[in-house]
Write a protein that binds this ligand. Structure first.
Ligand SMILES: C[S@@+](CC[C@H](N)C(=O)[O-])C[C@H]1O[C@@H](n2cnc3c(N)ncnc32)[C@H](O)[C@@H]1O
Length: 268
């Protein structure tokens, strides 16, 4: 029998390895979420608005800290991730906190239409670079939402890959280069010295491709925002934090660090 080396299988194994390290890290504040705090950041909170009573789908939820935070705000939250290790940890945290969040293990590109569609889909920070086919992703988002249902996407800005080559998608530029190759990675973003080593595949997605995929899938894009700051301290130059957002004090406003897209499933 030959080993399954498809990008999805390779990446899922990488995320299972990473999850074990992330659960122990300071980057993911598991204890603070257990104690009642939220991991949500100002951009997604502002764009989602009042989520009380909404059926909320959190795509690529990792081990669920944001999903639990949405549940704490009153959403009927479901988190989806393809890493069995992440989903198992998320379910344990839901039990421990008693928060009404559900977790499912699935590939975001291959989601079946739900029995009851969602009011709001949310996906944030470091999600699209793991997906090889944005058209499939956008069709899956469309399928999961009710007509009039909304998407909130907040993502690191892909132009940063041109300025910090290799840090986001590995493409080294703003536009995708050739077909991606499996790249061996050591450690993980929460701890570059963690004793794990694994191959992974990533893809570069310019903002225009994301908008194009959503429009092509039947979504109406209602907003496109670019931010001169970042919800995470992604790079050393992000040295100043105000109201939970990091910026470069030496060159404020020089670069977009994040972007966000809001879109609605058309009603006709
Ligand atoms: C950077 S993390 C999630 C970011 C999120 N903001 C967080 O920190 O909780 C990316 C997640 O995408 C998941 N993922 C990658 N490819 C996926 C796919 N095809 N289907 C579902 N989940 C996927 C990984 O397992 C991982 O948990």
């Amino acid at each position: 029998m030959t080993a399954d080396t498809t990008p999805t299988t390779v990446n899922r194994a990488a995320w299972d390895l990473r999850t074990a390290v992330h659960l122990q890290s300071d980057f993911y504040p598991v204890d603070r979420v257990r104690a009642g705090q939220s991991t949500l950041n100002p951009p997604e909170l502002a764009l989602a608005g009042d989520v009380r009573g909404l059926r909320l789908l959190h795509l690529q939820c990792h081990f669920g800290l944001d999903t639990l935070s949405w549940a704490r705000l009153g959403a009927e939250a479901t988190g989806i991730d393809f890493s069995p290790a992440a989903v198992s940890a998320a379910r344990t945290l839901a039990e421990e906190t008693g928060l009404p969040a559900r977790f499912e293990c699935a590939d975001v590109l291959a989601l079946d239409a739900p029995g009851t569609p969602y009011d709001l889909a949310v996906t944030t920070y470091g999600v699209l670079c793991w997906l090889d086919d944005l058209d499939r992703w956008a069709r899956a988002v469309h399928r999961m939402l009710r007509p009039g249902g909304r998407l909130v996407l907040v993502e690191f800005h892909p132009v940063l890959e041109a300025l910090h080559p290799g840090r986001l998608s590995g493409a080294g530029g703003y536009f995708p280069g050739g077909p991606p190759q499996a790249v061996w990675t050591e450690g993980t973003y929460t701890d570059p010295s963690a004793p794990i080593r694994y191959p992974e595949y990533r893809w570069q997605h310019p903002v225009g491709s994301v908008v194009g995929a959503l429009v092509g899938a039947g979504m109406e894009v209602t907003g496109l925002h670019e931010y001169p700051h970042c919800s995470y301290r992604l790079f050393d130059e992000l040295d100043t934090c105000a109201d939970g957002l990091w910026s470069d004090a030496s060159a404020p406003g020089r670069l977009p660090y994040m972007y966000a897209i809001t879109a609605t499933r058309k009603t006709t």
